[in-house]
Design a protein around this ligand. Structure first.
Ligand SMILES: Cc1cc2nc3c(=O)[nH]c(=O)nc-3n(C[C@H](O)[C@H](O)[C@H](O)COP(=O)(O)OP(=O)(O)OC[C@H]3O[C@@H](n4cnc5c(N)ncnc54)[C@H](O)[C@@H]3O)c2cc1C
Length: 410
């Protein structure tokens, strides 16, 4: 039986009529706007129309829907959608499917909000209980009010907690703390049977480890308990340039093997991938022209990016500590640049670029992005074969290319 016709979008099959008898019916949207929105993602490469979209008001709404599908004689698939900032349709759902808009949960009860628990004795055991549809930027703002913050991030913070925990959540802090999925104590998950289950490494560990990095295939995260640490006030943010890849990669690997830095990343700079881009505008105009001359000379430049956090207690020693940490590195001597930023502005650095691109109508465009882990043993070949022979020589890209090391044991 059908509850919707085919007039407003290209549906080819129908939702089971019984869905209308559930408590969630008034939160089930079939209007064109909701369907259209749930049919796209940031990548703009794939488009799939769901039959309906659930705007849940609680974890129970999600459990009811999943349980209904599980017990149905013709189960239908269901996909959670955070901000839909995947690039290959991961949060979309083909015909016969319901998309669950996780961000709708945030406007409801306590259970889907952000609650911070500060341990007065042992700072390391503070945590935040966060709804799966919350944005990381909101987690940051809420935890900073308590002088605390999560330890592992993504470069961009307008992504949902459930969305990045279904992948990994990787940034320049991952070498030290592991990805975001390594910094979760506990979760509430709606399983494929429609049961709401609490899991951690001690309770239901199979579910816990399947859902973390599980690409949304093992359950829907409705709450995550995120580890917090004392938040710094400010950061020293440094970039150093290289024209020799082997020195660049050796220095990066060295920096993640020692203790002291809080963030290590890196990127390529070329004419078609300039020093400043939407990801962060770091360099002054005069620095940019100096760097562009270097790019003209060498064609391809490697930029090592590091950050050291500091606060009132360490503000007088941070520069010296940083100087010691980078001592012996092989960057080009006159190409070292330092900025001093607030912690929140550093973490939220991509937001300005997003706003600028949005204003120029260049944010909502296709994003054929690719992430790869390359083993250390192959990184020199990767540089020669991909960075030099394809990207540089064939002038193949017009966007940022990031390249940074991770510790396998994290
Ligand atoms: C500008 C930009 C910068 C980025 N930078 C980084 C970066 O630095 N590091 C990094 O690691 N990633 C980065 N990403 C990628 C990003 O982390 C992933 O695309 C992430 O999935 C997006 O989160 P989302 O909330 O939009 O999830 P969605 O795209 O909505 O969903 C992603 C996947 O998770 C599932 N899912 C969503 N919510 C839940 C839930 N509550 N429970 C279970 N499954 C769920 C979906 O079904 C889907 O499979 C970036 C993306 C963008 C657009």
């Amino acid at each position: 039986m059908s509850i919707i016709g085919k007039s407003s979008s290209p549906w080819t099959i129908s939702l089971p009529h019984e869905l209308l008898t559930l408590d969630t019916t008034d939160r089930l949207r079939v209007d064109t706007k909701s369907i259209e929105l749930a049919s796209r993602d940031f990548g703009k490469i794939v488009q799939e129309y769901p039959l309906a979209v659930l705007h849940p008001s609680s974890a129970n709404d999600i459990a009811t829907l999943v349980n209904f599908s599980y017990n149905s004689h013709v189960p239908f698939s269901i996909s959670a959608r955070g901000r839909g900032h995947s690039v290959r349709g991961q949060a979309l759902a083909k015909n016969g499917v319901v998309v669950v808009e996780m961000t709708c949960l945030t406007s409801y009860s306590e259970e889907s909000g952000i609650r911070v628990f500060r341990n007065p004795n042992e700072i390391g055991f503070s945590y935040a209980d966060v709804g799966g549809g919350q944005f990381w930027i909101d987690v940051l703002v809420a935890t900073l009010e308590h002088g605390l913050a999560p330890v592992s991030w993504t470069d961009y913070l307008y992504l949902t907690v459930g969305g990045t925990l279904s992948n990994a959540g990787i940034s320049g802090q991952s070498f030290r703390y592991g990805p975001q999925i390594s910094n979760v104590h506990e979760m509430d998950v709606v399983t494929g049977k429609g049961e709401l289950v609490t899991c951690s490494k001690y309770t239901n560990p199979d579910l816990f480890y399947a859902v973390l990095g599980g690409l949304g295939q093992f359950g829907i995260i409705t709450r995550a308990r995120i580890a917090l640490d004392k938040a710094p006030n400010r950061v020293k943010w440094m970039r150093m340039l290289y024209h020799d890849f082997s020195s660049f990669t050796r220095d990066q690997e060295h920096l993640i093997s020692i203790h002291g830095l809080d963030y290590v990343e890196g990127s390529l700079i070329m004419h078609q991938s300039p020093p400043n881009n939407w990801r962060s505008s770091f360099f002054s105009l005069s620095d940019q022209s100096k760097i562009n001359s270097l790019v003209s000379k060498h064609g391809l430049i490697y930029c090592l990016e590091v950050v050291k956090y500091y606060d009132d207690l360490t503000m007088n020693t941070v520069d010296e500590e940083l100087r010691m940490l980078i001592k012996g590195l092989s960057f080009l001597r006159s190409f070292i640049f330092v900025k001093d930023e607030s912690f929140i502005d550093f973490l939220n650095r991509v937001r300005n670029g997003e706003r600028q691109l949005e204003a120029q109508g260049l944010w909502d465009v296709p994003h054929p992005w690719l992430n790869l882990f390359v083993p250390k043993s192959g990184i020199m070949d990767f540089n020669a074969g991909v960075f030099i022979d394809i990207i540089q020589k064939q002038n193949k890209t017009t966007g940022p290319v990031l390249v940074y090391p991770l510790n396998k044991n994290k």
